[in-house]
Design a protein around this ligand. Structure first.
Ligand code: GLC
Ligand code: CA
Length: 555
């Protein structure tokens, strides 16, 4: 018994020690908008291959690709029609093979988006399931009789419709957590689980090094389909007047305890291939201790997801106090030594540089790449790409049409953050030679081409920060200690690994200077948001520094 647990411990420790992602940086590529190779206005895999040299020069270690499978594109790939296929607009299996080959040559891994909470309603599985109550695939989705002429229970989709769609031909309802065009799979069904395992093996064998798991905390629903209870949080109750979804405690439609068993199966497959499971955990404030420390609570036993993708940095205020709170909360909730994912941008939210100043954007970059965490960058953030204004009539994302709640969500459409990368200043920004699939803003950012020439550009700042992480193991995976100085707007933390110690001091005040009570010489500065050629004795407004010398700040 003891021997068994000892061996297990050795095994799990060594597995984690060999994990390729430790201390690494992931870069999310929204493929349709990265680089078009055949001038149809849609970014594609060959286009991405042609930009691998750029990504290597940036220094990122892995790419997470938005979904690449065949899809009716109602939700732009998040509605999958064939898990073993590649969307013809994005490329072919040969292209994908080239991609992994060429990326690996440059030391870059490829990760895929795995969307298994639901499929497209055009997926052959769903068409079969829907065809009759006696179809062998009926049970692959969640079907139920109604209650009288009402849906089976009170569950709501994330878009605030009933979670249930009535199907006249069988007089039953199917369940969906997102768009109604995305019916939820019945992941309790062993046949469906087998299929998911097959899908994972298929792509792992084709060189994929990990998966970003879409809506990973939605996979299991209550087997008895019980009603969710009303919320007991005042703040959620208040929000529910414009967004009824908030009026419930989501006990039975997400964050279910039975997820643990399913995660264990996925984890075994992933670990056998040294692949990363980066699970999207979609929770609102207070939801079951932020879903049992964001679903990786089993990590120490080696059975949960490796890392969880949350939106704390996106939805909370960007300030010294705000960041400190997130770090403290994370430390309290998560098992020790599990890095927190640090990400300020993705394909679902307004870009950070749209809603913040250029100085804040530099601070966020510095924080992302120096704090103890697992950085996930989103294409374009390294050049400060801003959201384009996409008028409703030209919008591609159906979300605002379904969930138009002006009072609550000022900016709900997700098109603005999905527009083409700005490579150069040609008519279509070097993305394509024709009008891109989605409207874009020519002034959205200073192009890669221009920023490469400018030593002080944001792009060169990102490159510097990423290379610092590579050179200093303390930044990549060292221990982190937060310093409570009592000074408002100041965040200071120390990173240490063996005898290497690095300090990061960040002044978030737009007006105040903060004295460091020490002379930091330029040789002791690894990087600063403001280029520094003389001794640094105080931090200017919105200035941050990474240094090997201990600061002891006062106002
Ligand atoms: C996730 C994705 C989002 C998608 C949704 C449904 O939240 O990030 O883009 O629309 O799941 O798959
Ligand atoms: Ca194309």
């Amino acid at each position: 018994m003891y021997i068994k647990s000892f061996l297990f411990l050795i095994f799990s420790v060594s597995l984690y020690a060999n994990a390729w992602w430790e201390g690494k940086v992931v870069y999310q590529v929204y493929l349709r908008s990265f680089q078009d190779s055949n001038n149809d206005g849609i970014g594609d895999i060959p286009g991405l291959i042609s930009r691998l040299d750029y990504l290597q020069s940036l220094g990122v270690d892995a790419l997470w690709l938005s979904p690449i499978h065949k899809s009716p594109d109602y939700d732009f790939g998040y509605d999958v029609k064939g898990y073993f296929s590649i969307h013809p607009a994005l490329g072919t299996h040969q292209d994908f093979q080239q991609l992994t080959l060429q990326a690996n040559k440059r030391g870059i891994k490829i990760m895929m988006d795995l969307v298994i909470n639901h499929t497209s309603d055009q997926h052959p599985w769903f068409l079969a399931s829907k065809s009759s109550k006696s179809n062998p695939k009926r049970n692959w989705y969640i079907w139920s009789d109604g209650k009288g002429n009402q849906p089976p229970n009170n569950w709501r989709s994330r878009l605030d419709e009933s979670s249930w769609v009535y199907d006249e031909s069988s007089n039953q309802y199917y369940q969906h957590s997102f768009f109604k065009e995305q019916p939820d799979l019945n992941l309790r069904n062993p046949e469906v689980q087998k299929e998911i395992e097959k899908i994972m093996h298929f792509w792992l064998e084709r060189g994929v090094s990990g998966f970003r798991l879409d809506l990973a905390n939605y996979y299991m629903k209550d087997a008895g389909l019980r009603d969710n209870p009303a919320t007991n949080s005042w703040s959620k109750w208040f929000q529910s007047s414009v967004y009824a979804y908030m009026g419930q405690e989501h006990l039975y439609d997400k964050n279910h305890p039975d997820l643990a068993n399913f995660y264990r199966k996925l984890r075994t497959i992933a670990d056998n291939h040294n692949a990363l499971l980066l699970g999207e955990v979609d929770v609102d404030d207070g939801e079951q201790a932020i879903y049992a420390a964001r679903s990786v609570s089993n990590q120490t036993k080696g059975t949960g997801l490796h890392l969880s993708l949350h939106r704390d940095f996106i939805s909370n205020k960007f300030s010294a106090e705000g960041l400190e709170n997130i770090i403290t909360e994370h430390e309290a909730l998560m098992p020790r030594d599990i890095p927190m994912v640090v990400t300020f941008n993705n394909h679902d939210h307004q870009r950070f540089s749209t809603t913040h100043t250029a100085a804040e954007t530099r601070l966020a970059a510095l924080f992302t790449l120096t704090s103890k965490g697992f950085p996930v960058l989103y294409y374009g953030e390294e050049i400060g790409l801003k959201d384009a204004y996409v008028p409703q009539a030209l919008g591609k994302d159906p979300l605002p049409r379904i969930m138009w709640k002006p009072a609550y969500f000022a900016q709900i459409g997700r098109d603005g953050c999905r527009t083409p990368m700005h490579w150069d200043n040609t008519a279509y920004a070097g993305f394509s030679k024709v009008e891109p699939w989605i409207t874009f803003d020519k002034e959205g950012a200073v192009s890669v081409e221009e920023q490469e020439q400018d030593a002080k550009s944001l792009l060169n700042f990102y490159k510097k920060l990423i290379s610092l992480r590579k050179q200093h193991v303390a930044l990549a995976k060292g221990k982190q200690t937060l310093y409570k100085t009592g000074i408002k707007n100041l965040l200071i933390f120390k990173r240490e690994y063996k005898d290497q110690t690095i300090w990061v001091a960040m002044n978030f005040s737009p007006a105040n200077w903060i004295s460091l009570n020490t002379q930091i010489t330029p040789e002791n500065i690894l990087a600063s948001t403001h280029p520094q050629t003389t001794n640094l004795t105080e931090l200017g407004p919105m200035q941050a520094v990474i240094t090997t010398k201990i600061p002891s700040p006062t106002l």
